[in-house]
Write a protein that binds this ligand. Sequence first.
Ligand code: BGC
Length: 902
Amino acid sequence: MSAPLRPPIRLRCESLSEPVGVDHLAPRLSWLIESPVRDERPQAYQVLVASSIGPLRDGVGELWDSGRLEASGPPSLAYGGRPLVSGTRYFWRVRWWDREGRPSPWSEPASFVTGFMKAEDWKAGWIGPRSVTEFRSRGTVLLGHPGPEDLQAFAVYLRGEFRLNGPVALALIFISGLGHYELRLNGVKVGTSVLDPGWTDYKKKALYASYDVTRLVRDRNAVGVILGNGRHIKSYGYDGPKLACRIEVVYEGGGREVFAADESWKTSGGPIRENGLYFGERTDARVNIDGWDRPGFDDRAWVSAAPATGYPLASQMMPPVRVGEALAPVSVRRLGSEAWIFDYGQNFSGWTRLRVEGPAGTEIHLRHAELLNDDGTLNLGPNENAEATDVYILRGGGPETFEPRFTYHGFRYVEMTGFPGEPGPGTLEGLFVHSDVARTGELRASNGLVERIHRAVVWGQLSNLMSIPTDCPQRDERHGWLGDAHLSAEEAVFNFDMAAFYAKFLDDIRLAQRDDGSLPDVAPAYLPRLYPADPAWSSAYPTLVELLWDHYGDRRVVEDHYASLERYIAFLGRNADQGLIRSLGKYGDWCPPGGIVPKKTPVDLTSTWYYYHDVLILGRLASVLGRGDDARRYSELAGSIKDAFNAAYLGQDQYAAIRVSPVDAYPNQTSNVLPLYLDMVPAEKKDKVVESLLRSVVRQQDYHLDTGILGTRFLLDVLTGIGQAQTAWRVATQKSYPGWGYMLAEGATTLWERWEKLTGPAMNSQNHIMLGSIDGWFYRVLAGLAPLRPGWEIVGVRPHVLGDLTFVEAAVETVRGRVAVSWRKSDEAFTLEVSIPVCATGEVHLPRLWPEAEISESGKTLRSPRQTAESAAGIAFLRDEKDRVVFSVGSGTYRFEAKKTS
Ligand code: BGC
């Protein structure tokens, strides 16, 4: 008798757990299946959706019963039942059938709550303070870039009350407060998000968040909202702070009531006297508005809110920014008589939580920096124009706590001045703030440098997820640079669940597209001068769509963006000159060793290469959508770009490089890496180009890279692909300049923007993520994990035993479940443990480390000198390769061992 089937687990709607605010007409429901049986493969699924749990328990889905649907793709189905109604909770459950046709038990129920299914359903208007000038402060510069209009620095406090008329079944608050809001109900903060809503181009789309407040409402209620500036400011073309807020109550009897923020709400200034994303926040706790967020507060001195012009709204369907890990300082040092320097031992994004007790009016300043000067003072250079200073003025009379709300900093060190007395261990905690994407990947290796680079990438990546992928968290920039985003995206999807985050960012990119099909360098396009983008930056659009297809099997994202991608490619086509893009490049192979601007790689070459790269992707996406004609058209176009590229840039034995002098004959790494990566090199010249690349990497640079951010993304892969994985390893683990190991040896805890150690007031962020692409190579090459078919339908396990490595372990939570690999090598044996989730198969490449070896799996011999391939449960021999034996495995856990016999 086989064991009973397990019910599906980890139910998600639109890849989020129990989301509130789902506004997709056919939201995707997904789940995972686990089974102790090898080679399990679900045949079918059934989903039930109901408006209450009762019927579901009886196996009835009155809103949708999918019936038994054949399984295909990752375990998920798009809702296909009766139209979903705004502001309603839906319950659902799912079951599956195994390969023998047995049904599993039903899963535990999960639920989701809808937002606004039609734009007209949102009836709340927008309100704001009557006059922005009422809240003038010191005429401060909000973002760091001087803008005479940016006078509004106070946070605005708004309040309104409502009464309920009976017991409540469901109470929801939908809110968009711009630039950022904090929502409070009856004296407590609602939800755990900070710096909400996510950044968008508000005129095109503002995001609202949705909260289930059923447990917080009472007969009489007060809603309080604090509005900060964020990016909703005049220098970006927006007017003052504004709020749309709607409270929907469903009574137990079924009746509905709506309370919306309107002109009956009152506004006031409050303790937050100044706030700006870059300069920081100033809070004067003596400003007493206690009780303002509770019912019955006397708000007669407050001013009525005024109507404000609104924006189109859509639900924020992605993990919000939250306060994550708290960091205790690793050291606290006195500096002179006034100041204390806190060192958190780690560069990160966020702020600090101050605990203090002292006389009223005591003013504490907290300045943030990534570096210290030699004399122990803060080095504010890399912050450029970001003041990055929070100020707290004590109310007095007891213990006080302060955390800023509407700013964040990129820092490792804090200078505190004005503190009354001596700080204690808990005085100033560091709070790591970032988009709260779930961690999906883990990687461990016997080589400490690999682990430290991986760790720096993880901290750097999270520091640069702030509702958009940013370039850096410390200076007055922090924009959604498209180049930085796509160069680090593969590493990000290994490490984190990026499905909803990137879906939102792709929407930002699409909204930023101009009528001529062009895209900007940054999205949201807060800096309108950045059109049209360098093609190496705007490649983020096709690159991210393809990545979501490969890692999440997300066909909808392909459908949603295909038309806009076509317009983008057409734009490039119109700007091509006989297949070459000569006019759009700006940055090219940015930040190579020794400078910011590429010195050796022609910008036209990278622009044209990305044109080819993107056309290839589009052709592939056309095939995904079954558009055969398009696929052929793009494949022909790609062919002609490739020919033009080779004609223009391929010389005798290498691709074009900018020569700085007649003796500068060495090949340029990036120029050769890019065409090798996409297999563009004519067969008869491939060996020569490979040789040229190696001449540069090995002979000229002594196993160092000489690439900017574009070449770096592909260099290690190309070396691996041409059979030079050991060379790639040496480059990846170099401890001398330029390399990742050099940065770490020089004290980096996140990756730098530049290969050089630079500390002045210039472009030298200590926390940029664009060189983090190496972490993708760790997962794919050292651990050997890759989705060989979209959505991890076939899990590739092709580890490389490199350098001094004796073990590597990695695991990724995929859309089909957990994929894991762990290998160990000794002088006598190599073991490879692999876990393949149900719904997937694995292609396991066992490295051939010795001329002869006995191969077994879980103790059962598969091959020995006397005996050839024998299959065991769930395993089939696929083929022998030069240096590997390849098996196909079904779902389950396998332990392969190769024992040296000669
Ligand atoms: C950013 C980069 C970005 C670049 C474009 C810089 O200021 O920090 O990371 O991609 O500009 O040139």
